[in-house]
Design a protein around this ligand. Structure first.
Ligand code: AMP
Ligand code: ZN
Length: 471
């Protein structure tokens, strides 16, 4: 498989330290608010990557942190503490906020068919480990105490800016323009490993340490949680593109200085989902969450389908008309799959292998999910029997996780006769009803339901989506 690697800036052959085994790390969510659908784009694409690696025969060990301490609004050492901000907003404690939004995150993941990583670790459960690693970094001369805090000394590295997608000058400007220049730092790119001299007087979570009572910086979390749970050699590190600098850059600096050898050779970054107005935000404009999409009448899986239709290395602009197109394409796809459900007979092995190969070729080419979706459509059009088509759809869906057969089973007419596609008239009315619900025109939605009932079908809204049955 070839995968674009942000470190080398090229599509490289995917390799692992130990044959057949992938140690994979994902930066987890900062649990001060709901995840927006941009965050979830990153998790969907990482989920597809993990599933494709498993599908290709690798044994994957995937680790993710939950950031419940240390992440400031600037991603560096300036700005507000995100968790504290969330707690104040909701008049709750930081831990209450962390629990609530961690649960909400996994709830969203479940709705989007995102598998929970093998190991998920909240940063607050690893404070002793952070303190131990920071101690080693100080002993090795890579970190220093200054002004009450502990900082990583970036001047000790031969190369600090490792992701050459970035222009060193541009980055330096960003650092220089930091609102509160931290005079305690020896170099402008140094970053905090441990804060004791907190600028947040009401800092809720703090722990004792050899350098005084305080709390860890955000970057050290991921280095420590990965090194402890993935081992000394990480194969693949993932995150949204905004994490590349300073977060991942700092993770590499700390981990390699601690280990004394290269740490992770492959970096997978997902470009952002933006709104038509620009950057996706939790505070400005419409806060786009999975629940909001559900309220508007969309099945969350349609959003997954929407994401898979474009390449993870392209920025994606979210729009409702595009989501509507995905919804309509998804429902047609499910209807086609429903028509295959009662297939019997033998699988045509030659056709199966040929069609599977085009799916694998797409995925092997830098996780080209949009071509993989095309390969799925090609199956439906292929000149082979229904049994083979159904087997292929199930096979691809181990990776794409679009819930195609599950949705098809629900949608298929649930009586004892062989499954059949819904009449076009019913499908059309269902689409109109969906649009009416989205616009919260419930009177019209009820009218349309009555028309569908008159044609001999019942319609029911369930957590899994709309279920249509023959009366
Ligand atoms: P956070 O909760 O802010 O720590 O972010 C969680 C994940 O979402 C990280 O991997 C971010 O890089 C990623 N992310 C943030 N904004 C976006 C976006 N607009 N589109 C895609 N991924 C994003
Ligand atoms: Zn991280």
């Amino acid at each position: 498989m070839k995968l674009y690697n942000s470190l080398t800036r090229s599509k490289d052959e995917f390799v692992t330290h130990e044959p057949g085994k992938v140690e994979m790390y994902t930066c987890g969510p900062t649990v001060y608010h709901y995840a927006h659908i941009g965050n979830l784009r990153s998790y969907i694409m990482e989920d597809v990557l993990e599933k494709y690696l498993s599908y290709s025969g690798y044994k994957v060990n995937r680790v993710m942190n939950i950031t419940d301490v240390g992440h400031l609004t600037s991603d560096g050492d300036t700005g507000d503490d995100k968790m504290l901000k969330g707690a104040k907003r909701e008049h709750k404690t930081v831990m209450e906020i962390a629990k609530f939004y961690t649960d909400a995150f996994f709830n969203d993941c479940r709705k989007l068919n995102i598998k929970v990583p093998d190991t998920v670790i909240p940063a607050t459960s690893c404070i002793d480990e952070f303190i131990r690693v920071i101690g080693v970094l100080i002993d090795k001369g890579y970190a220093y105490e200054s002004g009450g805090n502990v900082y990583f000394d970036t001047s000790k590295l031969d190369k600090y800016y490792v992701f050459n997608d970035f222009d060193e000058e541009d980055l330096a400007v960003g650092v220089r323009e930091g609102v509160e220049a931290d005079l305690a730092k020896r170099n402008k790119t140094d970053f905090a490993l441990w804060f004791t001299k907190s600028k947040f007087e009401d800092q809720e979570l703090k722990w004792d340490s050899p350098w005084g009572v305080g709390y860890p910086g955000w970057h050290i979390e991921c280095s420590c949680i990965s090194m402890k749970n993935n081992g000394e050699y990480l194969d693949l590190h993932c995150g949204g593109i905004d994490n590349a600098f300073p977060h991942h850059t700092n993770e590499i600096a700390q981990s390699e200085s601690y280990l004394g050898h290269p740490w992770c050779p492959q970096w997978f970054h997902v470009r952002h989902l933006n709104t038509e107005g620009g950057k996706m935000s939790k505070s400005k404009g419409e806060f786009l969450t999975v629940s909001l999409l559900e309220e508007k009448g969309y099945d969350p899986i349609v959003y997954r389908f929407y994401c898979l239709q474009s390449h993870y290395r392209r920025a994606l602009v979210f729009s409702y008309p595009n989501l509507d197109n995905a919804a309509s394409a998804y429902s047609k796809l499910v209807q086609k799959v429903a028509a295959l459900l009662k297939a019997t007979g033998e699988i045509d092995e030659a056709a199966f292998s040929a069609l599977k190969k085009s799916f694998a070729d797409a995925m092997d080419n830098d996780l080209n999910t949009s071509l993989a979706v095309t390969a799925l459509y090609d199956v439906l059009k292929a000149d082979t029997n229904d049994m083979t088509k159904l087997a292929l759809i199930k096979d691809f869906d181990r990776v794409l996780s679009l819930g195609l057969t599950e949705h098809a089973e629900r949608l298929s007419v649930q009586n004892d006769s062989p499954s059949e596609e819904l009449p076009a008239e019913v499908t059309e009315l269902l689409e109109q009803r969906k649009a009416a619900r989205k616009e919260k025109n419930f009177a019209l939605a009820d009218e349309l339901r009555a028309k569908i009932t008159a044609l001999g079908y019942s319609v029911e809204e369930t957590r899994q989506g709309t279920v249509v049955k023959k009366l």
